[in-house]
Design a protein around this ligand. Structure first.
Ligand code: MN
Length: 489
């Protein structure tokens, strides 16, 4: 996972097991955003909010309506036990990003977070300076705060609340504090988003205090550099010492050091879970007056306004899956194709094309059963739901049926490595399959293997029925209502 440091997935899992006693209380019932690095820290990564389709039953999830108000609820994963934590580590979910609230009270944060992010020319020591200013200002309002290094470039300050309060109160409060400090120290601090303003300064990001924002968890690994640094709570003395010695390195902690620290000092952040603090009433009243004016409409309210249903709903099975912008989940189709030889074309959406294989005997259903899959040319995305005929004389001339369509999750591997373990959520096919390229030249020979257990076979009758139109091959041929001209590609 961290190639330069021989920090393998086994060590990632080992770290999460060792830290679990301290980490799990911080994650309990908090929805998380996944951040998966299937290729390790140097590879592509993706965020996922919705639990992948292959999520086991024993992993707890919590359904929240989408902000767009359309589409099925997002099923967030809750990391409430060690098996779930290990399962996530095994999915190369190196970083854990929980929300500030706990299910089911998703409008109620248990803390305020100030994320101090250094711009160009500033570093973690500059952030430490700002953290002290924040701490002192908050102390004037009778609020105690606690710092952790982010494990990346900056640090985060937490103000425990653990009292009834909503994001509609905490976000304007955090914003006002950030703006006040930016006004006092304009050479050091900014409270606005654009990066251009940040050179040599620290950006106090107050916007994390919202029901749709997650922040990296205490004790989470980071995947920001070649080293496996951990987001670690620090004492104010340590921050002071690092500043005095101008020793930024002392504020970066590796997994072994963190395990040692918690054994020596316990969990410096347990107080964030227990200390009860209230926002000062007069500040809250002042901000309430401003709300809707300068601070703009608070987005968390928008979400709260609309009707919600917290019970898990069965996702409706649309005929055509929508394109997902969530990275992980993409679409697949299997087209039954009566060309010179009958075969099945297996296509996976990948980087704006459909990667394609011709599988003469169709997909296997029994564990470890293998079928030859010949890689064919990429197809355009519009081909995904094509059903009809390709005129005779053209390449692939014959009848095409949408035999199965749905979404897939990549569990492991990638196309270019010639190895992909995928989970298909189609209407006929559900479960795991593995595609593997043979080593020999010319390299278009792959095999499609059933992995992850047996799956239900498809009956002869269903094998000859389109999942889009319920037509048979001969009905599609007779209707001839759609033609694909291969020169369109
Ligand atoms: Mn074909």
């Amino acid at each position: 996972m961290y190639p330069g440091h021989h920090f393998t997935k086994a060590r990632v899992i080992d770290y999460y097991i060792k830290i679990s006693k301290y980490l799990l209380p911080h994650l309990k019932n908090r929805p998380i955003t996944l951040k998966r690095f299937p290729e390790g820290v140097f590879g592509e990564f993706f965020y996922e909010k919705d639990a992948p389709a292959f999520t086991p039953d024993w992993v707890k999830t919590f359904a929240v309506p989408r902000r767009s108000k359309s589409g099925p609820d997002i099923r967030y994963i809750l990391v409430n036990d060690l098996p779930t934590l290990v399962w996530l580590a095994n999915l190369a979910n190196l970083e854990i990003h929980p929300f500030l609230h706990r299910a089911p009270q998703i409008q109620r944060p248990t803390a305020i977070v100030f994320d101090c992010d250094p711009g160009e020319g500033a570093n973690i020591l500059t952030c430490a300076r700002v953290a002290f200013m924040l701490r002192d200002l908050l102390a004037e309002l009778d609020l105690q705060s606690y710092a952790k290094v982010s494990g990346s470039k900056g640090l985060q300050l937490y103000v425990p609340l653990n009292t009834p309060v909503t994001y509609a109160q905490t976000q304007p409060f955090a914003k006002a504090i950030a703006e006040l400090l930016a006004e006092r120290e304009p050479k050091l601090i900014v409270s606005e988003m654009p990066r251009v303003f940040r050179t040599r300064k620290v950006f106090i990001d107050w916007s994390q205090n919202a029901d749709f924002k997650s922040t990296v968890s205490v004790y989470s690994l980071r995947a920001k550099s070649h080293s496996p640094y951990v987001s670690t709570p620090v004492e104010w003395d340590e921050l002071q010492q690092a500043m005095d010695r101008e020793d930024a390195d002392s504020l970066y902690f590796k997994p072994d050091e963190v395990i040692e620290r918690v054994r020596d000092r316990g969990d410096l952040f347990s107080v964030v879970l227990t200390q009860k603090q209230k926002l000062p009433r007069e500040v809250a009243a002042y901000l309430a007056k401003q709300n809707g004016g300068k601070t703009g409409k608070i987005r968390s309210l928008e979400l709260y306004e609309h009707k919600r249903d917290f019970t898990k709903t069965k996702e409706p099975k649309p005929n055509l899956p929508h394109r997902s912008r969530q990275g992980g989940r993409r679409r697949f189709v299997i087209q039954k194709h009566a060309a010179s030889h009958l075969h099945y074309d297996f296509r996976l959406e990948m980087h704006d094309v459909l990667k394609s294989w011709s599988v003469p005997k169709g997909p296997p259903f029994k564990e470890d059963e293998r079928r030859l899959a010949m890689a064919t040319e990429d197809h355009p995305l519009e081909y995904l739901d094509f059903e009809g005929i390709i005129p005779k004389g053209q390449y692939g001339g014959g009848t095409v049926m949408v035999w199965d369509i749905g979404s897939y999750d990549l569990i492991e591997g990638n196309y270019y490595k010639g190895f992909m373990r995928v989970h298909l959520s189609g209407q006929k096919l559900k479960g795991e399959w593995t595609l593997e390229r043979f080593r020999e030249e010319p390299g278009n020979k792959w095999q499609l293997r059933k992995t992850g257990g047996n799956t239900r076979t498809v009956s002869k009758t269903r094998d000859d029925l389109s999942v889009l139109t319920s037509r048979t091959m001969s009905e599609i041929a007779r209707a001839a209502d759609a033609r694909w001209e291969s020169n369109r590609t």
